[in-house]
Design a protein around this ligand. Structure first.
Ligand code: ADP
Ligand code: MG
Ligand code: ZN
Length: 498
């Protein structure tokens, strides 16, 4: 499938200045499509059901069974193509990609080859090469020491995943750094999530990414020999993996060696030495003996299918901002942030939909999400990637609004939720962070703070409103932030008789 120019080696050895080489990266992204059934049979998709319970003769590859293409998967493929600005091919066909592996019972994967569903396109600053449909393989589970047979490590196969519809998105080699690849993947993920065609969850494997990496002298246009880093399943690992592979190639070239075209594995464990290992020498397209799948008809895309895909495209960011603003009386600024950053809008809407008690006021929820949460995650991060769940944030904001916790205490709870997950109510109870009702205990603490800050108390009594600061500060220190600021201020005024 390569129409790219023949790879050339960057000059070996020489000055070996790292800055003289630039990285070139192209991504291949596999997206599990959120259809009801598999790509070529009527089995329902599996979400952790007991092994081998979602199978049939087709997805088990039994002789004589016949595949039928899933119309919904084609529809989702067209939506992806439209969102990426691809040309939707009027006609595409399926091919058999032949290879043996225990997770592939037919001995071939039904995929698309030289006539894919969608061609070209662009997302952000990266051009799209193509988008095609295929079926996922089954899942191999390596038992290791726990399941040795005849003295050897054994593996078992769960065919539930086999036949799950995949869209493969292939970019042009337009990326230049690990960071840029990470940022772009996040843009792709929010786009796919917004389309609603996939769960796009890297940890669960519904979004998987292979990175093709080469180096070349900066300022030149010929491509260097690439390696392919397989199947990375978290954003952090992808960036770290690409960085490690760039470093490996740089060192190799600096030492006078040559990059060999091969398929690599990145081991994300901190102590892994080496972090990058070879899986196999790169197979070429002809190794797979591709031929047209004789059991499936060509896919013809007509106007009705195009317009159905266009009509199903989810709300564009500007429309979403307008809707969120109207539905929840949000400020224009909040609505725009939530609408334009789909992952934030999704988190916000999931939090509201959780129906938590007490209910969070929408504007307060938006403020916490785009303020407190993002400040802790780092801007540009997706809150769904943290341990914080939308219902947990909704509950916490609701508790603040109902004055069950002070803002200060809620910030402490949020730190915990982001780091470890969990339920706000449980954390509040375990840590003793519940708001103090303005009873005798708080009144006593206020009295002590006034006594300890007699000068400030005098100045407040004389009309210097700002002098209240150290007194409130003392109360908050004493209560570890559990007291409600308004109530503290009321008690101070009451006890000062003003
Ligand atoms: P293959 O046939 O080896 O799978 P393709 O030409 O289909 O290669 O490209 C697969 C992916 O690798 C694409 O994302 C493409 O942009 C990227 N790619 C191709 N050549 C290079 C290169 N020399 N350096 C980095 N990425 C590359
Ligand atoms: Mg490839
Ligand atoms: Zn099946």
């Amino acid at each position: 499938m390569s129409e790219l120019s023949t790879p050339a080696q960057p000059p070996a050895g020489g000055s070996s200045k790292d800055s003289a080489l630039e990285a070139v990266i192209g991504l291949e992204i596999h997206v599990q499509l959120a259809t009801a059934t598999k790509m070529f049979c009527g089995c329902e998709l599996s979400f952790g059901e007991p092994p081998n319970t979602r199978t049939c003769p087709v997805c088990l590859g039994l002789p004589g069974s016949l595949p039928v293409a899933n119309a919904k998967a084609i529809h989702f493929g067209l939506m992806i193509g439209l969102a990426l600005g691809s040309e939707l091919a009027p006609r595409s066909i399926f091919h058999r990609k032949n290879y043996f592996y225990p997770d592939l019972p037919k001995g071939y994967q039904i995929s698309q080859y030289d006539e894919p569903l969608c061609l070209g396109g662009q997302l952000g600053d990266v051009r799209i090469h193509r988008v095609h449909l295929e079926e996922d393989a089954a899942k191999l589970i390596h038992l290791g020491a726990s399941g040795r047979i005849h003295g050897s490590d054994a593996s078992i196969v769960d065919f539930n995943r086999g036949g799950t519809p995949l869209a493969e998105i292939v970019t042009e080699p337009d990326l230049r750094s690990a960071e840029q690849a990470g940022v772009w993947l996040k843009l792709l993920r929010s786009t796919l999530r917004q389309l609603g065609v996939s769960d796009v969850n890297m940890e669960e494997g519904s979004l998987r990414c292979d990175a093709n990496i080469s180096l070349r002298p900066s300022g030149t246009s010929e491509l260097g020999t690439k390696t392919e880093l397989k199947n990375m399943n978290s954003f952090r690992f992808i960036e770290r993996g690409i960085r490690a592979e760039i470093a490996r190639q740089q060192k190799l070239i600096a030492e006078g060696g040559q990059v060999v075209q091969e398929t690599l594995h990145f081991d994300p464990r901190p102590g892994a030495h080496p972090p990058i290992t070879s899986l196999r020498s790169k197979e070429e397209a002809h190794d797979y003996r591709y031929f047209p799948e004789p059991d499936l008809l060509p896919v013809k895309i007509d106007d009705q299918m195009r317009s159905a895909a266009a009509a199903a495209m989810s709300e564009l960011p500007a429309d979403r901002a307008a809707r969120l603003r109207a539905e929840h009386a949000l400020s224009a600024e909040s609505a725009e942030l939530l609408g334009f950053r789909g992952e934030l809008g999704d988190f916000f809407e999931a939090a509201l939909a959780a129906g938590s008690e007490p209910p969070p006021p929408p504007q307060a929820l938006a403020n916490w999400l785009t303020g407190e949460v993002l400040a802790r995650l780092g801007d540009g991060q997706d809150p769904a990637e943290s341990q914080l769940s939308p219902p947990a944030l909704a509950t916490l904001v609701g508790m603040v609004a109902a004055k069950q916790v002070s803002v200060g205490a809620a910030r402490q709870v949020l730190e915990r939720l982001i780091a470890e997950g969990g339920e706000p109510q449980a954390i509040v109870a375990a840590e003793g962070l519940a708001a103090m009702d303005g009873g005798d205990e708080l009144a006593g603490i206020v009295a002590a703070a006034l006594a300890a800050n007699a000068d400030a108390a005098t100045r407040v009594r004389e009309g210097n409103a700002k002098a209240i600061g150290p007194i409130v500060g003392a109360v908050m220190r004493e209560t570890k932030g559990r007291a409600d600021g308004t109530e503290v201020s009321r008690l101070i005024h009451e006890q000062l008789g003003i």
